[in-house]
Design a protein around this ligand. Structure first.
Ligand code: HEC
Ligand code: HEC
Length: 204
């Protein structure tokens, strides 16, 4: 007679598992590739250093940020418009799977040019490496997810650090970057951004 009572939790557990896993990563790389045509206008081989590189970024971080633009938690006119025009929720997962599968695009002109003050900020003053990793690869398993920053475009990093700095930390309790950025002066910001943009990302 208890069989029934036992099966309900089992069914529920199975449902949660299915829903949970499809909500997490069901992105399809090939569908993502065809949907990425519009994104590539800005995000592929971009020589505009204020646009972030997203190739090789962690899949779950890309999903999280795209959802944040869609929910209005992260503000950017261009990206909010782009995301509002995606037709299906799956698009976000497919695009994230596609971009995460690509190698990070390195700027060979910068390779090996290490900004000494930036290195000092990264290794000693703030110890960015404790979260972002010695090679800047981030950590997709951390909570909150820590993005890869190695080889990221300099002007974009500068902009992000300034944004984090001006953020009211009450609105971003789960995000350590606001408090961290407030410890940086403007010279630190430009130096560490240059340093990060010249870092060699790890092979995926
Ligand atoms: C017209 C140019 C343009 C197009 C088209 C565009 N983006 Fe963006 N994207 C940007 C800019 C600029 C930013 C930085 C915005 C900011 O500072 O928040 C950005 C930010 C992002 C980020 C956050 C990166 C990070 O490191 O946090 C992701 C992810 C992203 N775009 C994905 C996409 C996807 C997927 C598409 C296609 C559906 C797309 N973008 C289309 C210009 C564009
Ligand atoms: C305590 C952990 C921690 C430390 C230390 C840390 N970060 Fe971060 N960083 C994060 C997390 C978490 C995020 C993601 C924030 C979000 O989701 O918006 C992030 C995001 C960033 C981004 C945005 C990347 C993108 O693609 O938009 C930049 C740039 C960055 N960090 C640079 C730095 C620099 C430079 C330092 C050292 C001065 C540093 N971080 C130290 C945890 C950390």
């Amino acid at each position: 007679m208890n069989n029934r009572l036992l099966t309900y939790p089992a069914i529920l557990a199975a449902l949660f598992f299915l829903l949970g896993s499809s909500a997490a990563f069901s992105g399809d790389i090939e569908s993502g590739r065809s949907k990425a045509v519009v994104c590539n206008h800005c995000h592929k081989d971009n020589h505009d250093s204020s646009i972030p590189k997203i190739a090789g970024q962690h899949e779950n971080y890309i999903v999280e940020q795209l959802l944040a633009y869609r929910n209005g938690q992260r503000k950017d006119k261009i990206m909010e418009t782009v995301i509002s025009r995606l037709k299906h929720r799956d698009d976000i997962y497919d695009l994230a799977a596609y971009y995460a599968s690509l190698p990070v695009a390195l700027d060979i002109n910068l390779a090996g040019q290490k900004n000494p003050l930036g290195h000092e900020v990264f290794e000693n003053k703030i110890r960015c490496y404790q979260c972002h990793g010695a090679k800047g690869g981030g950590n997709p398993l951390a909570e909150p997810i820590i993005p890869s920053i190695a080889g990221q475009n300099k002007d974009y990093i500068v902009k992000r650090l300034m944004e984090f700095q001006s953020q009211n930390s009450r609105h971003s309790q789960s995000n350590p970057m606001s408090e961290i950025a407030k410890q940086l002066d403007i010279i630190d910001i430009f130096s560490v951004s240059e340093y990060i943009s010249s870092m060699q990302p790890e092979e995926p």
